[in-house]
Design a protein around this ligand. Structure first.
Ligand SMILES: [Zn+2]
Length: 111
């Protein structure tokens, strides 16, 4: 093939060298992810005592079933925590507004 004949051995061709230069230029921006080794993880014993966001019981009281490929958590009680108010303003991701956007939404609805 003509392209193979035109390329230098072990040095790639102009096309691959161009992308090597682009990769080299972008490495500081899109480099390897930061090293998280050594950062303290949450204490597993503390995680077991955290309250469930659905029922409020400790996580250790729950049953986990992972036989179907997805992990399904079953709460130990049928009681549920009260749901958040549904008339609160939401952001573009469907999450409640927070911080300055929540202040602005409150001002615009009041005024
Ligand atoms: Zn629960």
């Amino acid at each position: 093939m003509a392209r193979d004949a035109a390329s230098r051995p072990d040095d790639g061709n102009a096309f691959t060298r161009f992308f090597d230069r682009v990769d080299h230029a972008l490495e500081p921006i899109f480099g390897a992810p930061p090293i998280t080794e050594g950062i303290e993880q949450d204490d597993p014993a503390e995680l077991q005592t955290r309250p469930c966001p659905v029922c409020g019981e400790a996580i250790s009281e729950h049953r986990f079933d992972d036989t179907a490929g997805n992990i399904v958590m079953t709460c130990p009680t049928e009681e549920r925590l009260p749901e958040r108010p549904t008339n609160a303003p939401l952001n573009e991701l469907g999450m409640p507004l927070s911080g300055r956007r929540a202040e602005r939404a409150a001002q615009s609805s009041a005024g």
